[in-house]
Design a protein around this ligand. Structure first.
Ligand code: PMP
Length: 353
């Protein structure tokens, strides 16, 4: 697989060299690899006709995705990244003043969109290991709750909810409350942690499975996300589909990406192998990094975000000084290691069981 540029550097690094500081921007959990040549060429082909509108309401893209996922196309809604789809879900299914319950901290988009929709945020703290506390989230659901969000893997810690706990949780949430299962990073999960969400959906029609092409597929700039769920819920979400809202490039990029699954899978292996190597090395330096199942690591503070920033590395920083960093660019991974000095032995962090 060829990923390096002619000068032997990873493209993301060259990009940042051109942009001056920071040397490495690891703050957005991006994929370090640029689009595959086959994806680029498919998108380029479509751009030659960019004087034409795309479909009025997207039909081809939901069909493509539905066939891939194993559901019917009337069970899929597409949008501007998982963020755009989540906003559409919020607007379609909640009313101002309703509660939104999620494990906190979470993906920044949720509190931002909750505020935009005048929802009442009910944040439930993560446990000491960075896991979403599902029993506490279930207990926080009451008659005012309009939406629940759980992430698998979770952002920012990369932890994964064991399948058994997720099932118990879904049985505990009343059917009238929609639950977003945010699988933005699901493609990074090892085989043992993958779950059959389509089967889960049959038992829980209030479930909405949210995914994106921004992370494992490496197409963050194209803004392609989707949700699948029961026909009833999805038809309500689809009512807010923006006319001409999805670019023609999206269909081409998704079709070409599905045709390139083996190459994309090889990239995922490189990213996750790099993640494990970096986590092990950081543990040896005394940074107690929770086991991540995504393309980022959460480095608990204090002082970590600052140490990285001083070394020219932008991470996503948290109030206690912790940082979340994207992984997968060997040079950036190495710079992170250099930036964090040894601090004694690593305390292993328990995983949810
Ligand atoms: N969900 C989670 C958990 C995320 O971390 C992100 C991006 N950081 C998103 C959704 C949104 O991704 P996008 O809008 O690029 O598809």
């Amino acid at each position: 697989m060829t990923v390096e540029l002619a000068d032997g550097t990873l493209p993301s690094r060259q990009h940042h060299q051109e942009r001056a500081l920071p040397r490495f921007d690891l703050s957005l959990s991006e994929n370090p690899f640029p689009p595959l040549p086959s994806v680029l060429s498919a998108v380029n082909g479509v751009l030659a006709h960019a004087n034409r509108y795309p479909e009025f309401l997207p039909l081809r893209l939901p069909k493509l995705i539905a066939d891939h996922v194993g559901v019917h196309s009337d069970q899929v809604v597409v949008g501007s990244g998982a963020t755009g789809v989540a906003m559409q879900i919020i607007q379609a299914l909640t009313t101002p003043g309703a509660g939104i319950v999620y494990g906190s901290p979470t993906f920044d988009g949720y509190p931002i969109m909750a505020e935009m929709a005048a929802l009442d945020v009910v944040p439930v703290p993560l446990d000491a290991g960075g896991n979403q506390d599902l029993p506490a989230i279930a207990r926080a659901v009451d008659k005012r709750t309009g939406l629940v969000v759980v992430c698998r893997p979770h952002n920012p810690t990369g932890t994964v909810i064991p399948s058994r706990l997720l099932q118990t949780f879904l049985r505990a949430v009343p059917q009238r409350v929609p639950v977003i299962l945010d699988e933005a990073y699901a493609e990074f999960l090892g085989r043992a942690d993958q779950i059959d969400t389509v089967a889960l959906l049959r038992r829980h029609p209030n479930l909405l499975v949210l995914r994106t092409f921004s992370k494992a597929y490496g197409l963050a700039g194209l803004r392609i996300g989707y949700v699948f769920g029961s026909r009833e819920l999805i038809s309500r979400v689809r009512r807010l589909q923006l006319p001409f809202g999805m670019s023609s490039a999206a269909v081409a990029a998704v079709a070409a990406s599905y045709a390139a699954e083996p190459e994309l899978a090889a990239r995922i292996v490189r990213i996750t192998a790099g993640r494990e190597a970096l986590r092990n090395a950081l543990c040896l330096r005394g940074v107690a990094v929770p086991r991540s199942h995504a393309n980022f690591l959460y480095l608990p503070g204090p002082g970590v975000a600052t140490a990285l920033r001083r070394a020219g590395i932008a991470g996503k920083s948290y109030p206690d000084g912790s940082a979340r960093i994207a992984v997968g660019d060997p040079e950036a991974d190495n710079a992170v290691l250099q930036a964090l000095r040894p601090r004694g032995a690593c305390n292993p962090i328990p995983e949810a069981s």
